[in-house]
Design a protein around this ligand. Structure first.
Ligand code: RIB
Ligand code: CA
Length: 311
């Protein structure tokens, strides 16, 4: 299977960083568009550049929107990713620098230049994608495939809005714009992420056997490791890595169902939740292929290779 050509919208972020290592190890990355989310945009842009320095990649970086479309966020994810988004390791200022072109504009331009060729992978809040859609509603026609990490399809979320997952809950209005505008996308949700956590010892062995990428990830994962231990979570949970694996090779999907998925933007208890019409009661056309299960060994092989633990 030919390696895809990727546009990646991301809010690095520790698990974003792992996904970006996978993308650069297994595919051609055309550009990174950066969202605010895990931490503020200044940090997420810097973190993308820090990672590109590490792997000596010249992938263009485009800063996006610093805030959600409508309401200011109630929480970020610094408690997991560190206040700087990369585990508060304290990396020096990166050599790589962002481009002048806005993230939303680069998504529009690059897909106009290469219609039908690029796979778009969304690993953070969907603010940039929503803005691009408002500027150019024809965007979905030119994107070969959209893979979104987001949502919690049966309401087991991970934010203070209980049924909401972070990427959707951070900017529900943006997610609603994207979910309503895109005819069909792959959805890799938080619940699938938890089902595909890596065994801690297995992951530790990859970090031990890996190269500088493994050493980098071991450093940035420190705060998240502590948080997981405090929450009694065993293993390594990597939402964006799972979404990236699905984007890199959709043949690893072993179980999926297409359904209509909506986004709640108003609920006092449910704002940001992803609402699945499981029985198609509203007779709306399905817009999402919900990924339930993937080949875990194949997923792990992609991660191990991205860390330099295997050839
Ligand atoms: O809920 C998990 C998602 O939120 C991941 O993309 C993680 O990086 C955070 O952005
Ligand atoms: Ca992310």
């Amino acid at each position: 299977m030919a390696a895809p050509h990727l546009l990646i919208d991301t809010d690095p972020g520790v698990d974003d960083a792992l996904a970006l290592l996978m993308a650069h190890a297994h595919a051609k990355v055309e550009a990174l568009s950066i969202a605010a989310g895990n931490v503020g945009l200044e940090h997420t842009v810097r973190n993308a550049c820090t990672l590109l320095d590490l792997i000596e990649a010249d992938t263009p970086v485009h800063a996006g929107c610093p805030t959600p479309l409508v309401r200011l966020p109630e929480e970020d994810a610094a408690f997991v990713h560190g206040s700087d988004g990369l585990g508060d390791v304290g990396f020096p200022a990166p050599q790589a620098q962002p481009q002048d072109e806005h993230a939303a504009l680069t998504l529009i331009r690059r897909t106009r230049e290469r219609p039908g060729e690029l796979t778009l992978v969304a690993l953070g809040p969907l603010t940039n994608l929503a803005l691009a859609l408002r500027l150019d509603p024809s965007l979905p026609e030119r994107v070969k495939r959209l893979v979104i990490m987001g949502g919690a399809v049966t309401g087991h979320g991970n934010t203070m809005s209980v049924p909401a997952e972070f990427n959707i809950g951070f900017d529900p209005e943006a997610a609603k714009v994207v979910f309503e505008a895109w005819p069909m996308f792959d959805l890799v949700d938080w619940e699938a992420t938890l089902r595909h956590a890596f065994d801690g010892d297995t992951f530790a062995a990859w970090l031990k056997a890996g190269d500088r990428r493994a050493r980098f990830f071991d450093q940035i994962f420190g705060k998240a490791r502590q948080y997981n231990a405090m929450r009694g979570r065993s293993g390594v949970i990597a939402a964006d890595a799972l979404a990236m694996a699905v984007a890199l090779d959709e043949s690893i999907i072993t179980r999926a169902e297409t359904r209509h998925v909506g986004v709640e933007t108003e609920g006092r208890l449910t704002r940001g939740s992803t609402v699945v019409d499981w029985e198609n009661r509203l007779q709306r056309p399905p817009n999402a292929r919900i990924v339930f299960d993937v080949d875990q060994a194949a997923f792990g092989a992609m991660v191990a290779r991205a860390l330099g633990a295997t050839d």
